[in-house]
Design a protein around this ligand. Structure first.
Ligand code: HT7
Ligand code: ZN
Length: 848
């Protein structure tokens, strides 16, 4: 398997200004006739090379041709030509879910990154932009709805119960944004009037039974359209915007021009079957895909190394949208939790790569937390450095300058610089260097001089292929807080630490100061601040920045948890006191309380240890949770009894529900047997999925009769709802029990289980691999089980299989007994015959 290198980029030899497709739909054998207008790009005599994958070639015309592997090579005499090809493809046999495939009888496409070549021969690279016209025909009974990008231009009836439709997209686009859908779908129709007064018809297309679950996605779509106009000056550009939901999908959703295709879990939601978190995720993903219309579609990527150009920016945009729609502080806490859970481990492991990678074997392995979430942090940092007005001037210039083009991350940064007059030369290192920078901070007070001096250092750790690093510019929002008064001393300062070491002086510091640093998580880094006794406790009570306050509480917990896991005698009282203060505070809202009272995950505790000891971490965390549960039983009981009607989706109501379940979990830790009936009561009384799933999640780790009763009831209630059955599988896989692996293994035999559906496979196998204690039970049975599953899934869907490798790739973080077992499984995977490029890349890099 050869690597593609960023430095080897060359502009395309041939452009394709127009594509016409004639698709005769048949689930067993679809025939695709393509007419490509091609134009020589530059002065050269190279032939036209068209990529293909899994195509049965039927005809070619337009020049002398031959096959070079799977590439169709056509010799063309002049500077332009019309090339026609005819191929057959087999949607029903397409288990990779790339190209044209079948999902529950619906035919749909997924072309990003390189799926268009599975539909027809084409250059299939993002810097080749074409105008598309598509004719689709097929059986009218089976496929009453025929959709594609752009506008429907004509349609009609054919022979033998068939019909056809032609769609035309006026905007030139790269092939990865091509889409078509055929199926028995019903629309939820609405409309949106843009700022300039144009009416846009909106449609969310689903199976008839799912229509009642589309209202929230529609409201989210309209809110996103209005938000993008207000915050970024971006109007929608076509007369139609369609969304289709399918059950089989490798990712969350896809931003195809005018025809977004979604994993149904990010469209279908009501309070009976979806939790508040699910409902928020629907809004976030609907907004994300919609925002791509400008950040991705109108301005697209020159090559796949530039993926973060559209993904980092669009994640930043969807995060800001969600913050504006609910609680900004809670959204930031959630986003940082995700970054630490998914991106930090990636950045410190064998698969670490820069936000703009330098090489890949299989590009779909690079749809990562680094490209997406760290990429979003880069945009956030630029906004912090420029300030909101200059940042907006920068995005305006970027969209105006590059509309209709395929560009690079460098072009984005240059637009920011040109619009703001601020030099970002040094900032570009953030795109080049992998690894999470580490900062140490020490604050000293000179009472006589009334000054405080902050001594800072930064290091950027080595990562694969990058042994040494330059210091990066780190924007650190910083404030000093009076230890006695609890008030901020002076105003918050933005410190840009761009050297290995620096010292910053603060004046007018009359009382001993507390250090509040990296407020709002202004830089995606690890900060190790030297703290005096009692400092974190005071910050936990008085820091005016909600994120920093949350951090102080978490840091207090982490100290006890890490100490405990390392076998030290630790005092839980400061944690209990801080949690009591938080729980009973009148100044804090329930949503914040709900976040702040969740203890750092076992994985996060492991990340902070020299070597991960899963059993010791589990014991320490359960021990602290039990101590808190017992000490705060009265306060927790009150919070658990409060709650909010399931239909109320206000931030406060969501916060109360979150706090309800977080409190129940701590109560259960303190008194498992005594709390099981209460958990069952919450389960039974629930009028919404947040309370019901919350209670079931707690019961899942309890050895009580109520556990099985609740799981049986849940299955019977929701067995016809695929998305809820996914929850049923996942909740059993995350259980903290000795039997978890045995249960998961047994569930692979369940009649509703299949490895072919990505959501279902992830709900059981992915959830189990993320259950640190269960997955790493000594003996390595969990590793062998995961490796077996990876190999089985690889034969069906390599993309899904490859995404399950990272838990095994973390072997260096464990003691040798576990590490050697994990390596052994990676080696076994690599030896398997017929391994995909996707899994090969991840497994071989994980062993290097
Ligand atoms: N841009 C989309 C990426 C995507 C994808 C990538 C590889 C394989 C399947 C895929 N489905 C969607 C998702 C996004 O909006 O970020
Ligand atoms: Zn995206």
């Amino acid at each position: 398997h050869v690597a593609v290198l960023r430095k080897d980029y060359r502009p395309p030899d041939w452009l394709v200004p127009e594509v016409a497709l004639d698709v005769v739909l048949d689930p067993e054998r679809t025939v695709v006739r393509a007419t490509l207008k091609v134009e020589r790009n530059g002065d050269h005599d190279r032939p036209l090379r068209l990529a293909g994958d899994d195509l049965e070639l039927l005809k070619v015309s337009g020049g002398e041709w031959h096959m070079d592997g799977t590439t169709l090579v056509v010799a063309i005499g002049g500077d332009s030509a019309t090339v026609e090809t005819e191929v057959a493809i087999a949607p029903n046999a397409n288990s990779k879910l790339m190209g044209l495939y079948a999902s529950g009888g619906i035919l749909c496409t997924q072309c990003e990154s390189e799926g268009f070549r599975r539909i027809t021969f084409h250059p299939d690279r993002p810097d080749v932009l074409s105008r598309y016209r598509v004719r689709m025909s097929g059986d009218k009974g089976r496929y009453p709805v025929l959709l594609a990008n752009g506008n429907e231009v004509t349609k009609g009836e054919g022979e033998g119960g068939t019909h056809w439709a032609e769609w035309e997209d006026p905007f030139p686009k790269p092939s990865y944004l091509f889409a078509m859908v055929a199926g028995d779908l019903q629309p939820n129709r609405d409309h949106f009037t843009t700022a300039s007064g144009r009416k846009v018809d909106l449609g969310i297309w689903v199976r008839e039974k799912d229509l009642p679950k589309t209202a929230h996605a529609m409201e989210s779509l309209k809110a996103a359209m209005a938000w993008d106009e207000k915050q970024y000056g971006r109007e929608y550009d076509l007369d139609v915007f369609n969304i289709v939901a399918v059950d089989d999908f490798n990712f969350g959703a896809m931003e195809n021009k005018g025809l977004n295709i979604f994993n149904s879990r990010y469209v279908l939601a009501d309070t009976e079957t979806a939790t508040d978190a699910d409902i928020d995720a629907v809004a976030g993903v609907v907004a994300h895909e919609y925002f791509h219309n400008w950040s991705g579609n109108r301005v697209t990527c020159r090559d796949w190394f530039q993926l973060s150009l559209k993904e980092g920016f669009t994640v930043f945009r969807d995060q800001s949208f969600s913050g504006d729609m609910g609680s900004e502080a809670v959204k930031r806490i959630d986003d940082v939790r995700l970054l630490r859970a998914a991106q930090f481990p990636e950045d410190s492991g064998p698969l670490a790569h820069p936000v703009r990678p330098d090489s890949y074997m299989e590009i779909t392995n690079f749809y990562t937390a680094t490209v997406y979430n760290k990429g979003a942090e880069l945009i956030r940092m630029m906004k912090t450095i420029l300030g909101p007005e200059k940042f907006r001037a920068g995005t305006d210039l970027y969209f105006q300058r590059h509309d209709g083009q395929a560009v690079t991350c460098e072009d984005f940064v240059r637009a920011m610089e040109d619009a703001s007059g601020i030099d970002l030369k040094h900032f570009r290192l953030w795109y080049e260097q992998a690894g999470t920078p580490k900062v140490t901070a020490k604050l000293e007070h000179d009472a006589e001089a009334r000054t405080a001096t902050l001594a800072l250092t930064q290091t950027v750790p080595p990562t694969p292929e990058q042994p040494t690093k330059m210091p990066m510019p780190l924007p650190l929002q910083t404030a000093l807080i009076g230890a006695n008064s609890g008030a901020e001393i002076g105003t918050e300062r933005l410190i840009i630490l761009d050297k290995s070491e620096d010292r910053i002086t603060f004046d007018g510091v009359d009382e001993p100061p507390l250090l509040s640093i990296n407020r709002g998580f202004s830089a995606p880094i690890i900060v190790e601040a030297e703290r005096r006794p009692g400092e974190l406790e005071r910050l936990a009570q008085s820091d005016g920045d909600p994120f920093a306050r949350y951090e102080a509480i978490q840091e207090l917990m982490l100290r006890v948890l890490i100490g405990g896991a390392n076998g030290e005698a630790v005092d839980p009282d400061p944690v209990i006191a801080a949690m009591r203060d938080t729980l009973t505070s009148n100044a804090l809202d329930p949503a914040f309380k709900g976040e702040a009272l969740v203890m750092p995950s076992e994985a996060l505790i492991g990340d902070r240890m020299e070597k991960v000891d899963p059993d010791a971490i589990h014991a320490a965390r359960e021990g602290l949770r039990a101590a808190v549960g017992r000490s705060l039983a009265r306060e927790l009981g009150e919070a658990q009894r409060a709650g909010a009607p399931g239909s109320d989706l206000s931030p406060d109501a969501k916060g109360m529900r979150r706090l309800k379940t977080v409190s129940l979990a701590l109560l259960a830790a303190g008194d498992p047997a005594g709390t099981a009936p209460l958990a069952k009561a919450q389960y039974d009384a629930a009028d919404n999925m947040t309370d019901r799933q919350g209670a079931l999640g707690i019961l899942s780790s309890l050895d009580a009769a109520e556990r099985q009763q609740a799981f049986d009831d849940f299955y019977l209630r929701y067995r016809d709802d695929t998305l809820v059955v996914d929850k049923w599988f996942a909740l059993q896989a995350v259980a903290q029990r000795d039997e978890t692996l045995a249960t998961v293994r047994a569930l692979t035999e369940h009649a509703d289980f299949t490895l072919a559906n990505p959501n279902r496979a992830r709900s059981l196998i992915g959830a189990f691999a993320g259950n640190q204690w269960a997955f790493h039970r000594s003996g390595g049975e969990g590793y062998a089980f995961l490796a077996d599953m990876i190999l089985a899934i690889d034969a069906i869907n390599p993309q899904v299989a490859a995404r399950l490798i990272p838990p095994l790739g973390r072997w260096r973080r464990f003691h040798e007994d576990r590490a050697s077992l994990m390596r052994g499984e990676l080696e076994r995977i690599l030896k398997a015959p017929g391994l995909s490029k996707d899994v090969y890349e991840q497994a071989s890099k994980s062993l290097a």
